[in-house]
Design a protein around this ligand. Structure first.
Ligand SMILES: Cc1cc2nc3c(=O)[nH]c(=O)nc-3n(C[C@H](O)[C@H](O)[C@H](O)COP(=O)(O)OP(=O)(O)OC[C@H]3O[C@@H](n4cnc5c(N)ncnc54)[C@H](O)[C@@H]3O)c2cc1C
Length: 347
């Protein structure tokens, strides 16, 4: 198992709605630096299974590192789902769960901007973390559209109400209940968002909702590439069942390989990088415990920065244009284009 997996004690289980619970974790002092996180990031939980040993599932942190004491994830039951129902039914205070260190790139880079936040259902979890953090750290205005099936499905309803009372000038929350108004259309979204079209956009919700929001914002000429999105999906890979590479596998010499210096966990490694091999695979082959979860470009756990040289990504479902312009790339999809490169995983 990767060295990034740790045993954490569940301190509290909070029932948020009939089908959503929050799990609040205790972080032992020696793990505090490893569980430092940014608003919008997520944890990956190991859920035991008789069938497969375990499954790995990501859950966004609903807590804010800037105003909550302990990291908290909020899990909503998925109809017919395995892990979400297991977590809702089985976890009690005092239980120990195996958890990967925080990851993800759905994180605002600046807190000075106005924010337009769109969430549906359990998509509220990273959004409320960003919202609470922005209220604490920033000065900008924040608008949230939060869509749910009905009033009983609204997660964090009273928390949001409380925050709007405390920050009436800065925070506006619009609840969109399908039971009252039907599903929102792109036109509804465009009408609602028109006054806020210069805000930075963060979006998290099921595919249908996300597509409605993107179409609605498109009508306001907000390009898709400017919308920060978190897409929920279940992982097909399982980082908990892989063995950590402990020693480098001998690699055949490839005379056409590029050379890359990689900074990771405070160490520097200089490695040959074959032209057709993805950076993450190169690192794992050399026994380097690089962070990853999905290996499909969706989770952004393996995000790193190209400090020198040119690279290309085979697939990118996570990074938006602004992040690409800052040199960010996904190690699980990155190939070299230059001969000499420098890549950093460290902040
Ligand atoms: C970055 C990110 C953040 C997320 N944040 C949140 C969040 O904050 N809150 C939230 O609720 N969700 C979140 N999700 C979604 C979450 O990770 C899961 O996808 C969701 O909970 C559904 O998982 P599930 O196992 O319940 O359902 P499914 O994945 O639909 O379960 C069915 C799958 O489980 C398998 N399966 C069934 N039975 C077993 C068994 N006994 N053993 C092994 N496998 C079995 C089936 O083969 C099938 O593949 C997030 C996802 C991502 C990627």
């Amino acid at each position: 198992m990767t060295a990034r997996a740790h045993q954490l004690k569940v301190r509290e289980v909070v029932s948020e709605t009939a089908d959503a619970v929050s799990l609040i974790f205790d972080i032992p002092t020696d793990l505090t630096p490893r569980f430092a996180y940014s608003p919008g990031q997520y944890l990956t939980l190991r859920v035991p299974s008789d069938r497969t040993g375990s499954v790995a599932r990501c859950y966004s942190l609903s807590s804010s590192p800037h105003c909550d004491d302990r990291p908290t994830v909020t899990v909503k039951r998925t109809l017919g789902g395995y892990a979400s129902n297991w977590l809702c039914d089985n976890v009690s205070p005092g239980d120990i769960l195996t958890v990967l260190e925080p990851a993800g790139a759905f994180v605002p880079r600046a807190w000075t901007h106005d924010l337009l936040l769109c969430a549906a259902g359990s998509g509220i979890t990273p959004i409320i973390s960003i919202l609470k953090s922005a209220l604490t750290l920033g000065r900008g205005n924040i608008v949230l559209l939060y869509a749910n099936r009905d009033r009983a499905s609204v997660i964090f309803g009273s928390r949001l109400h409380d925050l709007t009372r405390r920050h009436p000038r800065r925070l506006t929350v619009t609840h969109w209940l399908e039971s009252d108004r039907g599903l929102p259309t792109p036109r509804d979204l465009a009408t609602w968002a028109r006054p806020y079209r210069r805000h930075d956009v963060y979006l998290c919700g099921p595919t249908g909702f996300a597509s409605t929001v993107r179409q609605g914002l498109g009508q306001l000429r907000i390009p898709d590439r400017a919308i920060h999105r978190e897409d929920y999906r279940s992982l097909t890979d399982n980082p908990f069942e892989h063995h950590t590479p402990v020693a480098a596998t001998p690699q055949p010499v490839d005379p056409t390989a590029a050379t890359v210096r990689v900074d990771i966990d405070g160490e520097s490694h200089t490695l040959p990088w074959p032209r057709t091999k993805k950076l993450l695979d190169v690192l794992l082959d050399h026994g380097i415990d690089a962070p990853y979860v999905c290996r499909e470009s969706a989770c952004a756990t393996c995000v790193c920065t190209v400090e020198q040289g040119r690279t290309r990504m085979l697939r990118n479902e996570s990074l938006i244009e602004e992040e690409l312009a800052q040199g960010q790339t996904l190690a699980c999809q990155t190939l070299p284009e230059s001969d000499d490169l420098h890549i950093s995983f460290d902040p």
